[in-house]
Design a protein around this ligand. Sequence first.
Ligand code: 4AD
Ligand code: MG
Length: 430
Amino acid sequence: MSAVLIRHLQEYIGQKVEVEGWLHQKRSSGKIQFLQIRDGSGFVQGVLVKEEVDPEVFENAGHLTQESSIHLIGEVKKDDRAPSGVELLIKDIALIHPSHEYPITPKEHGVDFLLDHRHLWIRAPRQRAILKIRAEIIKAIRSFLDSREFTQVDPPVLTPSSCEGTTNLFNTKYFDQDAYLTQSGQLYMEAAAMALGKVYSFGPAFRAEKSKTRRHLIEFWMIEPEMTFVTHEDNLAIQEALIEHVVNHVLTHCKMELITLGRDISKLESIKAPFPRMSYDEAIQFLKDNGHEIEWGEDFGAPHETALAAQFDRPVFIEKYPTTIKAFYMKPDPDRPEVVLCADLLAPEGYGEIIGGSARIDDPELLLQRFEEHQLSKEDYAWYLDLREYGSVPHAGFGLGLERTIAWICGLEHVRETIPFPRLLYRLYP
Ligand code: 4AD
Ligand code: MG
């Protein structure tokens, strides 16, 4: 007999099975002990009745401590009240390894304490649920893009120059040269798009930002699709279809996890394309009308984004920002060159920008002009300028921030719980 995963116990009702896992929690009423058992695939309640087992088994179970690893033999019983639909009537328990004074107890702990013990905290039901949803979101993004004939391309992590400005670059040595950890794979994805048409990358990005907010990580993961021969409108259409698909996938495959997290599922059920669109101009007017102090030409802060998003029950695109506050590579609107063909997608419920994207400058002369304005070195980016020399084409793309998307879908207060081992302003451990 080999062990059955807790997730599959429902298929074994009435049968004797083996389960291998850990003791999550325990309570006793003298003659009956209730053991909450977890094995990574799920949680199940084990019931140990004094009169039905060997006295030694009952006695030893009484001494089991939280997070001891155990091997059990028991009978699977249907239990409609249990989230797993079953419970395990335990016949025998063997200790694999004891656990001594597990630091995370059922009482409340402070966030710093939990983050110091992140390697153990991820065993908790909430954290497990988040990591499961993270994996499903990644799966959904890949299946969406793969089924639309995008090719995955992996850009480098160590780079000789910046993509999103030089203020938040992580510097390192590359033998006797300077190198930086990537902020975004976009420029490389533009090269890849010229080779493969529709491409996407999925990898870590690094920003040495001295910001300590609920939306910022120092190391985060980004999905960056890049497409040739598409318009700004096409770019937005694919983004809203992607987000709708991801939310649907989570609703279908992660109901239990959303319930564990206490997520208001009705809020996710209303996420249907098309998403509303507001121009930057309209957004500024809206903010002014609602008592915010902001002028045309300024970038939005978190309170502005929250106010803008609060008007809608689904994400909203804010389009066509002033050229002066956006990246050098963004294509100007031909009708109004003071704004660019870009959009930020703001999630509902105050989660902020989950996607940033734009059409890219395809005109070689204009790109050179931007290089001058932004004081970028033509030598450092010679390869990027080449892309406009050898058959430049209209193209566009975007970057989806994985952790902010997870925080929104899971309804979490802070992005730090969305990544297995968060890198924060004052945290590199564990
Ligand atoms: O808006 P950003 O900076 O855009 C780019 O990097 C483009 N090159 C992407 C592209 O067009 N290929 O970042 C994209 C997204 C943001 O919308 C946000 O969701 C996320 O990445 N992001 C962060 N997430 C967590 N912590 C941070 N410090 C983040 N910075 C950006
Ligand atoms: Mg952005």
